[in-house]
Design a protein around this ligand. Structure first.
Ligand SMILES: [Zn+2]
Ligand SMILES: [Zn+2]
Length: 315
């Protein structure tokens, strides 16, 4: 059975009383529909990735628009073979995406959003610069062909990358991320620094792939759950796994030197094989026993457990 995963956000004003009442209502509705995931709600809007049976998720979208009194939202859908989240949570937050400046809220009057087809056209213009705002472990899976990769470890490093580059304040800058929310705040920060011509891909990579698979975006799109990535058809990645040693995306298959099980390990851990031969194990547990020189060929329980990763709250 396939489950639907949907990602969405919207900036709009709500009073503290509305936030409180809507939180309760959405929490109960999600429970009733057996959804899993995290929804952040605050005076500046909502931000969420959630999952469930396809019909339940679609029902919830309708209820959400109604209770929040919104005409539309861009829902970015993808598919999973099992629900990526364990629990259903609705949390109140001052900032629905963390950048450390509460109150820096996107101006809804100005339109900085390019639809996927406008984005394709803009990429062809002369003198534009396209920048990926995501972290290094995300861009490893794939990115827009012509995009600069700042190789950052954290979104908060993004603006200093631009400031320290030779991009001029008048140059047309195209930015993108997974679902668009990081760029909303990225644009504000760049405008505060004097960059006048910044645009973002509306709905991010997920929205782009829905319309234009196998075009300007190369590879797969990293997602923050057990799927690790989704492919050009928005289906769970078959190539990428999570490295048992560092938790980053992994696509190198090894045979565990301790228990003989096959496992995927990341290239960065494998690069350290000379100094740390225990990286050629299938789990932290096998690495531990290997270092102690224990002999065993039995697979350990923790290697058989399904791997999972929870959704970071700030995305
Ligand atoms: Zn690793
Ligand atoms: Zn092992």
């Amino acid at each position: 059975m396939k489950y639907l995963v949907t990602t969405f956000y919207k900036f709009f004003e709500q009073t503290p009383d509305e936030v409180k009442a809507r939180r309760e209502w959405l929490l109960n509705k999600g429970r009733e529909l057996q959804l899993k995931g995290l929804l952040l709600i605050g005076e500046e809007g909502v931000n969420s990735t959630l999952s469930g049976e396809e019909s339940s998720v679609n029902q919830f979208k309708g209820h959400l628009l109604e209770i929040l009194e919104q005409e539309k939202m861009t829902f970015k859908d993808s598919y999973a073979d099992r629900i990526p989240f364990r629990r259903w949570k609705v949390k109140v937050r001052d900032e629905i995406v963390t950048i450390g400046h509460p109150g820096l809220v996107p101006d809804r009057e100005k339109n900085h959003h390019l639809s996927p087809s406008e984005w394709n056209a803009a990429l062809q213009e002369e003198g534009v610069v396209c920048i990926d705002t995501r972290n290094k472990y995300e861009t490893e899976l794939g990115k827009f062909k012509s995009a600069l990769d700042p190789e950052i470890d954290d979104f908060q490093q993004f603006t200093s990358f631009v400031e320290n580059s030779d991009i001029s304040k008048d140059q047309k800058i195209l930015i993108y991320c997974t679902g668009g929310i990081r760029c909303e705040k990225g644009i504000l920060e760049l405008e505060n620094l004097g960059y006048k011509n910044v645009y973002q891909l509306d709905g991010g990579i997920l929205n782009y792939l829905k319309e234009f698979p196998n075009q300007e975006f190369d590879g797969e799109c990293f997602v923050f759950d057990h799927r690790v990535g989704v492919n050009q058809e928005l289906q769970p990645s078959e190539r990428w796994h999570l490295c048992p040693h560092c938790g980053n995306p992994a696509d190198q298959i090894i045979q565990c030197v301790q228990c003989d099980m096959d496992e995927y390990v990341c290239v960065h851990c494998l690069e350290q094989e000379k100094e740390k031969p225990e990286v050629k194990t299938c789990s932290k547990n096998c690495a531990h026993h290997f270092k102690l020189g224990h002999k065993t060929n039995k697979p350990h329980l923790d290697t058989l457990k399904k791997k999972g990763r929870s959704l970071p709250e700030n995305l």
